[in-house]
Design a protein around this ligand. Structure first.
Ligand SMILES: [Zn+2]
Length: 211
């Protein structure tokens, strides 16, 4: 982790670079950034992480949905499906409190999109989410053919928080979206929103420790 932490400081304007300051190609970036930052590339090219005001507004809503999910007895995750013209098509929140650990919002969005959207509408839509997709949801997203993903906090961050909080190990390996879904543009994380997500996970850990 020592080297990874140093590496993280070497991002310049969010462009993925190596230890010599050279831009990394996608596959290299995925490998070396695994524990630090998700792949921010579509295979074959490197691009800066781009989050505009609309993205931020949608992510704020995702964090609110995550907080609501937590208050309702679930894990703190929330997501939105937004069409190409900016219309919010679906809001979804984590619903694992009922005992089904597959009730993730990103999975619900993929199934909803498969039932209701044409393939060209899916690929033009964006999924916003408070936390980066897990491998199950990344796979569902890719199978259904949805488009860009924007998240507030990364799987690597979640893994680090869970470790710091002494959480029980996950039964599913932590992988970045780029490790599972091919050719999906991914933007995130956003530092100040990730901090709010972290606070929700701290509260979730406290609640688990009481039960
Ligand atoms: Zn998931």
């Amino acid at each position: 982790m020592q080297w990874s932490q140093q590496f993280q400081k070497r991002f310049v304007d969010d462009l993925v670079i190596d230890r010599n300051g050279e831009p990394l190609e996608c596959c290299q970036a995925k490998e070396v950034l695994y524990s630090v930052r998700p792949a921010s590339t579509v295979c074959g090219r490197v691009y800066p992480i781009m989050i505009d005001n609309d993205d931020r507004r949608h992510l704020e809503r995702c964090v609110r949905l995550a907080a609501d999910a937590f208050e309702a007895g679930n894990e703190p995750f929330g997501s939105l499906l937004v069409s190409e013209d900016g219309t919010v098509l679906l809001e979804a929140a984590n619903e694992v409190g009922g005992g089904d650990a597959t009730q993730h919002p990103e999975f619900a969005i993929a199934r909803w999109a498969a039932e209701r959207l044409k393939p060209e509408e899916r690929v033009a839509a964006t999924v916003y989410t408070s936390g980066e997709h897990c491998p199950m949801c990344s796979a569902a997203h890719a199978w259904v053919g949805l488009g860009r993903i924007v998240y507030a906090s990364s799987s690597a961050q979640l893994m680090q928080w869970q470790s710091e909080l002494g959480a029980k190990p996950s039964p599913v390996r932590s992988l970045s979206i780029g490790d599972v879904a091919i050719g999906v543009r991914v933007d995130g994380p956003v530092a100040e929103l990730a901090e709010r997500v972290r606070e929700l996970h701290v509260r979730a850990a406290e609640r688990r420790s009481r039960t």
